[in-house]
Unconditional design. Sequence first.
Length: 425
Amino acid sequence: MHGVWALAFFCPRFRLVNIVFYIARRYLFSKKKHNAVNIISGISVCGVTLATLAMVCTLSVFNGFQDMVASFLTNFDPQLKITVRQGKVFDPDGDVFRQARTLPEIEVWSHTIEENAMLQYKDRQIMAVVKGVEDNFEQLVSIDSLLYGSGSFLLHDSIVDYGILGIDLMAGLGTGIQFVDPLQVYAPKRNIRVNIANPAASFNKGYLYSPGVVFVVNQQKYDSQYVLVPLGFARRLFDYDKEVSAIELKLHPGADTDAVQQKLQGLLGDDFLVQNRYEQQADVFRIMEVEKLISYFFLTFILLVACFNIIGSLSMLILDKRDDVETLHNMGADKRMVSHIFFAEGCMISLLGAAAGVVGGLLLCFLQQRFGFVTLGGGNGAFVVDAYPVSVHVWDVLLVIVTVSCVGFLSVWVSVRYLARRLLG
């Protein structure tokens, strides 16, 4: 200790800050008079470590679920979707649409209609979303990867129209994948009042047959509500001539989706909305972001509790080092410098726990990605994936580091201010 003070006296570059951190480091790693001080310090480090590790792993799991959902959306939703801001349908034959269709980045341009209708199969009835699509829908999205059954993607032939059901909708109606009896579809006629004496006359009715396949998106919104039908069938059912509810686009490989989206939005104006895949499912991702944010705040509170365990560690350390504190006072150290020593001690405890927690969290995430040892517990295909998906994002890791550093700094600062008044005289 005397050598350190002599070095500070004879070497101007060796500032008092170095002395503070030198003494704090010695206090942290040296053996204490009372073994309980070492144990309490170790518990403080472990508390910060576990809280940090939990933050890294939890945020990475949320990222994994978001990436998994995004991969499903990629297989069913178009790259870009044009809808009208007000109303349900619009005329796609305007000059702005003809101009937009000539953009070189667009590979597939497809019209669709989505409306609610009632499906009836034998004695079962279910409300569903009827989506009328053109024959090029197969080129628009990767529908083949979502089909299940012995048939193929077929919308119509010269005799009948076909309907491709979501797998849960199929189960609800009890049709089976290859149903023989026609599926009846009912929709109210437009601009006609319901005839109480003969309600059936107020509805349009259509028949659909099975192409031998159903689609499986692994999202309840689609699997339990949607049925794909020919666009002409949908127009006849809902009394439309050439109106559409959306124009769905696929771009050439390598095209900049954001740039094309902005270009289309500029051409179409404020009356229309051009959305990418994530914006089409904004509600789903917004819910997941809110859940992730709530989890982050809960874990930050747990981290705050863990960091305040440092109060006990510092108070025990100050009591253990009373003789050293008196020696420092006799050598010219004032109360502020002694407080800085214990403040540096607390910061080292929190930073050591933060570093161990981040490293441990990243290691657990790597092991989960590689081996999937933490399973969802469903088994037998009850879930889309068997183990919790994990995706580590650099910005989340940086957020954890900043959060732990700030919370640790504040808790140590408050602790040292309190302890300095009560224990350092």
